[in-house]
Design a protein around this ligand. Structure first.
Ligand SMILES: [Zn+2]
Length: 247
């Protein structure tokens, strides 16, 4: 199996596990009530999601719900595939539900990627993600609007961050200690050389100006751990990461 690095933050009564793969990340929130998944990788990573749960001493039967930061195939696809046999609900920001159901698709496609497809990093990335099902247009037909996720295992708190997609949401966990930032604010991506806090470029972002506005608002949070949708975990002041990303 491909690389599957898991970093665990212990909040006392709950644990947050960032699952980091070469292409995308997802998060497992775990406490005595069970597990909440945040995102679930590409369609071809459904087995890796199950494996990541086993590695933290759990399994799919303990999952109470899944949350989507947004409905791009690299975050939704694994959950859509698991969905054929799952028994848990999948929630997204109310503004993202129709996207998750694939009533529309707000995602990079062949025509938007074509201008950068000659770059070696992009070519390598494309070869990898095609294998993982990037072209799969399957949605989650019964995705539901997120109401109050704080009743779920891990007690996540939604932080609406529109821009990357119009209903993108980040989540605070561990009483605000860590921010799961999805693709609003990342720390690396296979298509770019740059490492560290950054925003994805216009090819992958629905509305860059709106995303920058959402990211700027994250300065006010007290979180000291960043768990992004792509790239490794970062520890430090969120305001510093925001400044670096928007510089
Ligand atoms: Zn992504």
């Amino acid at each position: 199996m491909a690389r599957l690095d898991i970093t665990t933050i212990d909040h006392g009564s709950a644990r947050t596990h960032l699952v980091h793969t070469d292409y995308v990340n997802w998060v497992i929130l775990q406490d005595d009530d069970g597990v909440t998944l945040v995102d679930g990788g590409y369609p071809g990573q459904a087995d890796a999601v199950a494996e990541s749960l086993r590695r933290v001493g759990s399994d799919l039967s303990e999952v109470q719900a899944a949350l989507l930061t947004h409905a791009h195939v690299d975050h939704l696809g694994g959950l859509a595939r698991i969905g054929r046999t799952r028994s848990f609900p999948i929630y997204a920001d109310p503004a993202e539900v129709a996207h998750a159901r694939r009533e529309y698709l707000e995602q990079a496609d062949a025509s938007t990627i074509a201008p950068i497809a000659h770059r070696p990093r992009v070519m390598r990335w494309l070869a990898g993600v095609v294998r993982l099902g990037v072209l799969d247009k399957t949605g989650i037909g019964d995705a539901q609007p997120l109401v109050d996720p704080s009743v779920l295992p891990g007690r996540p708190v939604a932080v609406p961050t529109p821009g990357h997609t119009r209903g993108h949401s980040a989540f605070l966990v561990g009483d605000g200690e860590a921010l799961i930032s999805g693709d609003a604010l990342i720390s690396g991506h296979p298509t770019v050389k740059r490492r560290g806090p950054q925003c994805l470029g216009h090819v992958f972002t629905h509305d860059e100006a709106a995303n920058a506005e959402s990211v700027a608002a994250l300065r006010d949070l007290d979180a000291v751990i960043l768990m992004p949708g792509h790239g490794p975990m970062l520890c430090g002041r969120l305001s510093t990461f925001v400044d670096q990303a928007l510089a």
